[in-house]
Design a protein around this ligand. Sequence first.
Ligand SMILES: Nc1ncnc2c1ncn2[C@@H]1O[C@H](COP(=O)(O)OP(=O)(O)OP(=O)(O)O)[C@@H](O)[C@H]1O
Ligand SMILES: [Mg+2]
Length: 230
Amino acid sequence: MIMVENIIQAKDVVKSYVLGETTVNALNGVSLDVKKSQIIMILGPSGSGKSTLLHILGALDHPTTGDVYIKGKKISELDDFSLAVFRRYYLGFVFQSFNLIPTLNVLENVLIPTIPDGKNEEKTQRAISLLKAVGMSHRLKHKPAELSGGERQRVSIARALINDPEIIFADEPTGNLDTKTGQSIVDLILKLRDKEKKTFVIVTHDPSLTKYADKIYHIRDGKISDIKGK
Ligand SMILES: Nc1ncnc2c1ncn2[C@@H]1O[C@H](COP(=O)(O)OP(=O)(O)OP(=O)(O)O)[C@@H](O)[C@H]1O
Ligand SMILES: [Mg+2]
């Protein structure tokens, strides 16, 4: 029998934000498993905790209680430096708000995760080919403010892939794209899953994306309300 590896495991994750006298419980005990080389999607209404969950699964934020394991490592046991290195080499992130640096051009933004490794012609060529794959190679010298929302989104997708991460987290990656561009991103995701065994955890409302999910978690009020797929 072949054992399928759980590349991510979350156990009873609770995330509370204390604001003065009130406490917001963004996540109320979420447990989930992500298998390698699958596309997992997280769906749910606005404010249900999707982005919070994605940040915690991607080791960008700590749960208030509960545990997250990535590649068998308990994330809360890594110190900040080890965590930063781990994130840089294994995880890619496409943020809901893109998080591009306004003073850097498109090519420089994609190269940000490679800065600690020093300047490297191979990475520059990889950045250019990723920008080509997302249809942005004609805008290498543009600054984020000179791009449309969908173009910024595509730059942030290229940046998430620059260090060839095993796991890619994406918050509404096709939210600003037209049907044709959205489909090219879908094709890229499917290719990365099938040819390179990449794992994706994607927050989305986009029906043209959800039909490709291996597993869908619905969340509501910070809890998993429904699971489809294995
Ligand atoms: N830093 C924070 N401080 C306080 N409350 C927060 C913080 N971040 C999120 N929240 C609250 O936690 C809840 C979940 O937020 P989250 O951003 O995860 O929702 P979401 O499902 O991603 O919504 P959307 O679809 O609108 O992006 C919301 O009620 C939000 O107001
Ligand atoms: Mg969100």
